[in-house]
Design a binder for this molecule. Structure first.
Ligand code: PLP
Length: 408
């Protein structure tokens, strides 16, 4: 018999990293299988922390299932795309767009992948924040492009550093990604910063990719300003979906909205339409959840109000982190995470992935290391603030105790 040929993964995956579900999760699953109770604070998945799907969304989807067994239009069903239009029409500053400017996807994740595949050629550069939601970096690499990370400034509440962005633009830069509100830092960008980014994009003819999946998860006085409304004169792709605001991440339902001038980008947009066709269509029952979600009661508002669960948990996590010697944390203004700093003069950590692994084995708490978000130094961790306050403060205290005697 012919010997079986070794199958390795494709070299295209060389730089594709996704540490949120990396080696530490493999170990967490092994510990769980061995009977341990593991607190997994690695993914922003509301359902696993007792958040229920809003009833009207579940009901509409169930009602749609008997007639949702066929493929749909590749961009998505019209009623859902119109619901997305209606959502943005409520904001007078958001540039107008039509139903053909909306693409539905199996989560924002699929749309990010499609856009990067449609956009990039070998050597094209994409400006991506550091820290970032790592799918942006991974899909830039998979698409054959080169991720170039611009710094967000922790001392400035994690706002993007405009000087650093400017310094990193080259003739090969094709696009700039902004994640606002930000995962992992919880920063919500100021108008001034957004205008600064728009100006750089304008001067260098950059495509703007705005990941705004947390735009309705805001705390205190934070106000989210859509990037598209700051730069109506630029081609801007805005990404959003149901996973976070509506707590139905498992439905895999997201959208992409194209605004601004399109004439110069006809080829690229045709590329997106082509890729949307090749995946046939997004999951149809979940598309029926879009209209129900966007037109019904916005139950997220009660969760982020000062007495709401998400607000209280954000406060509790932040306060508990600030109590730990040698740990500081910019208070998150949005999203579902905290991104504390471990002072390198106090905590000797050279390998943050090893720290996460050791913490998991010792304390049965799973976090994600800052380097998993393309943060350049081993001095940050990301904590998901979705568990109930008691569980969250207990996890942070366990992390603090473990840190106090930890050396590498
Ligand atoms: N973008 C950001 C910033 C995220 O944090 C996430 C998920 O955590 C996604 C995109 C992916 O979302 P979806 O569930 O819609 O694929």
């Amino acid at each position: 018999m012919t010997p079986l040929r070794t199958l390795d993964q494709s070299s295209k995956l060389k730089d594709v990293l996704y540490e949120i579900r990396g080696q530490a999760l493999v170990e967490a699953d092994r510990l769980e299988a061995a009977g341990h109770n593991i607190l997994k604070l690695n993914t922003g998945n509301p359902a696993t922390f007792g958040f229920e799907a809003p009833f009207q969304i579940v009901r509409d989807m169930i009602e749609a299932v008997p007639s949702a067994h066929g493929y749909s239009d590749s961009r998505g069903i019209l009623s859902a795309r119109r619901a997305v239009m209606y959502r943005y029409e409520q904001d007078a500053s958001f540039p107008p767009f039509g139903p053909d400017d909306v693409y539905l996807g199996n989560g924002v994740s699929e749309l990010i992948t499609m856009v990067m595949q449609a956009l990039l050629d070998e050597g094209d550069e994409v400006l991506i924040p550091a820290p970032d939601y790592p799918l942006w970096t991974a899909m830039t690499s998979l698409g054959g492009g080169t991720p170039v990370h611009y710094l967000c400034d922790e001392e400035d509440g994690w706002q993007p550093d405009l000087e650093d962005i400017r310094a990193k633009v080259t003739p090969r830069t094709k696009a700039i990604v902004i994640i606002n509100p930000n995962n992992p830092t919880g920063a919500v960008y100021t108008r001034e910063i957004l205008e600064g980014i728009a100006q750089i994009a304008r001067e260098n003819s950059l495509l703007v990719l705005a990941d705004e999946i947390y735009d309705r998860i805001l705390f205190d006085d934070a106000v989210h300003i859509p990037m598209a409304s700051i730069a109506p004169d630029l081609l801007c792709l805005t990404f959003n979906g149901l996973s976070k605001t509506y707590r139905v991440a498992g439905y895999r339902s997201g959208w992409l909205v194209v605004t601004g001038p399109k004439g110069h980008a006809a080829g690229f947009l045709e590329g997106i339409t082509l890729l949307a066709s090749t995946r046939l269509c997004p999951n149809v029952p979940a598309q029926h959840a879009v209209q129900a979600a966007l037109s019904g009661v916005q139950s997220i508002d009660a969760l982020i109000a000062p007495s709401g669960r998400l607000h209280e948990q954000r406060d509790a996590a932040w306060e508990a982190l600030e109590q730990i010697p040698g740990v500081s944390c910019v208070k998150p203004q949005g999203a579902l995470y905290a991104f504390p700093r471990l002072d390198p003069n106090v905590h000797e950590i050279h390998d943050d992935a090893k720290f996460v692994y050791d913490l998991l084995v010792a304390e049965h708490v799973l976090l994600v290391q800052g380097s998993g978000f393309n943060w350049p130094t081993p001095d940050h961790l990301r904590i998901v603030t979705l568990p109930e306050t008691r569980v969250l403060t207990d996890a942070v205290e366990r992390m603090g105790n473990f840190l106090s005697s930890y050396r590498q």
